[in-house]
Design a protein around this ligand. Structure first.
Ligand code: EPZ
Length: 432
């Protein structure tokens, strides 16, 4: 297992370029399976989750080639298989998105169960219920979901919660369905909007209404398209938090203001600041860092994937910060290691934010108090998941002394060339 070795204490300073968004690129590769024609995707990050998605789609018969450093050509005219191998179960959330394309192409799909992980149970009940409403039969057999449908039919789908994955599942299943599909309470994350733009280029008819209702008018066929994946707003926010936490000054080329508004507000309230320029955004400290209260939420709220880097930043802010995680039921496990580094953090099952969330009953450790500022000291840590992994890197960069962080492969699943980017900013990071 690769290990990061970081010598902390140097402010991050300089310029890096934002990579393409993992959570858009991977889904757009899947969307390309909806057509016989060629789809070209630019700004695709070279990360583990993209490699896994490419492997899954190649296994189904798609021809996929890197035709430039960050450009993928996908040609799925000969999609012959309908079974996503069980080996991909629990690897990432992509297999469950393949129902739509496979049902349209073959009327049948076998998709491995995708399991829970360290941040929550992560069920797929919304996906399955939506597919059934669209007319598919979906049954669990052993380690897989077996789905069948002669032709999916448009319908009303009222999501119990604005799930990103379930919204994407319905989009991918309804663009070629017969008739109109209405998705109420849909998620409208920037990555979903980016996917809708690609689907529109491919010939789909999709309207997004002001109240998070998405209306999809099914079309008979989709064609090829060329698309540039939007910048990764999670990577941008992670480096922005690192810049402010280390009292540095980082310019991120390609960072898009519209995708990080809630993050930028929180950053400024804490004492960070930023200048938006045509080519990107510069992040730095505007004054003393002070505690704030924040709540994660679906877009346009403060994204749950920004929570971990932000908590590290809050360990350096004066006063008591309050963080209420409302998207996942247990996304604070990683704070144990931060406490070992010297942070003062308490986790609670109750809702400590302004509103009660769906985790208010039961044993859900989903609220967090951070008392700062506390110096951090370098230590040895093991990464439990992708976003926690980046927060450990930030903590190690802030800390005095050396840290060794095991499990670099988790970070490499979602972030491209991280040691190189940290190195370019003057942070001392190597992989062993
Ligand atoms: C996506 O996961 C992202 N992953 C996550 O990023 C991100 O944290 C999340 O959206 C929220 O923004 C990818 O895009 C690959 P959800 P997804 O369905 O789609 C519950 C990362 O590190 N739910 O919006 O799986 C679920 O348990 C990852 O890049 C159901 O109950 O998230 C969760 O509590 C981590 N039943 C909530 O909804 C369902 O059928 C939101 O999940 C589906 C979801």
């Amino acid at each position: 297992m690769p290990t990061y070795r970081i010598e902390g204490g140097s402010p991050l300073r300089g310029t890096i370029r934002a990579s393409g968004a993992k959570n858009a690129a991977t889904k757009e590769i899947v969307a390309a399976l909806l057509t016989d024609d060629t789809v070209i995707l630019h700004n695709v990050p070279r990360i583990g989750d993209v490699a896994i998605t490419v492997d899954i789609c190649r296994g189904l018969g798609a021809e996929i080639d890197w035709i430039a450093e960050d450009t993928l050509r996908i040609h799925a005219a000969d999609l012959r298989d309908v079974d996503v191998p069980v080996a991909f179960s629990g690897v990432n959330r992509i297999p469950v998105l393949l129902f739509g394309p496979l049902l349209h192409r073959h009327g049948r799909a076998a998709v491995p169960l995708v399991g829970g992980d360290d941040i929550g149970a992560r069920p797929v009940d919304f996906h399955v219920a939506a597919l059934r409403r669209l007319g598919a039969t979906v049954e669990q057999e052993g380690q897989t979901w077996q789905a069948r449908a002669r032709r999916l039919k448009g319908t009303l789908i009222d999501l119990p919660y604005p799930s990103v994955g379930a919204t994407e599942s319905v989009l991918l299943s309804s663009v070629l369905a017969e008739g109109t599909t209405v998705i109420r309470n849909a998620a409208v994350e920037p990555e979903i909007m980016d996917q809708i733009l690609l689907l529109q280029k491919m010939g789909a008819l999709i309207a997004v209404e002001v109240d998070r209702t998405i209306i999809v008018e099914g079309v008979a066929r989709l064609r090829g398209a060329e698309h540039r994946v939007l910048a990764d707003r999670i990577e941008v926010a992670s480096f922005a938090a690192a810049a402010v936490a280390t009292d540095g000054d980082v310019f991120i080329e390609g960072a898009e203001q519209t995708t990080i508004m809630a993050f930028s507000n929180a950053l400024r309230r804490v004492g960070g600041d930023f200048d938006v320029r045509p080519e990107g955004i510069r992040f730095y400290r505007g004054g003393e860092l002070t505690a704030i209260a924040l709540e994660t939420d679906v877009h346009p709220g403060f994204a749950t994937d920004w929570q971990q880097p932000f908590v590290v930043l809050l360990t350096q802010a004066r006063g008591l910060s309050v963080i209420h995680e409302t998207v996942y039921e247990r996304r604070f496990g990683y704070t144990r290691e931060l406490r070992a580094m010297g942070a003062t953090i308490q986790i609670y099952n109750t809702c400590v934010g302004a509103k009660a969330c769906r985790y208010r009953y039961g044993d859900h450790p989903h609220s967090c108090l951070v008392q700062g500022p506390t110096p951090l000291r370098g230590t040895r840590m093991t990464i439990p998941d992708l976003r926690a992994g980046f927060s450990y890197l930030i903590a190690a960069l802030v800390a005095h002394g050396e840290s060794k962080i095991d499990g670099a492969q988790y970070v490499e699943r979602g972030y491209a060339v991280i040691p190189e980017k940290i190195d370019r900013l003057g942070g001392r990071c190597t992989v062993e």
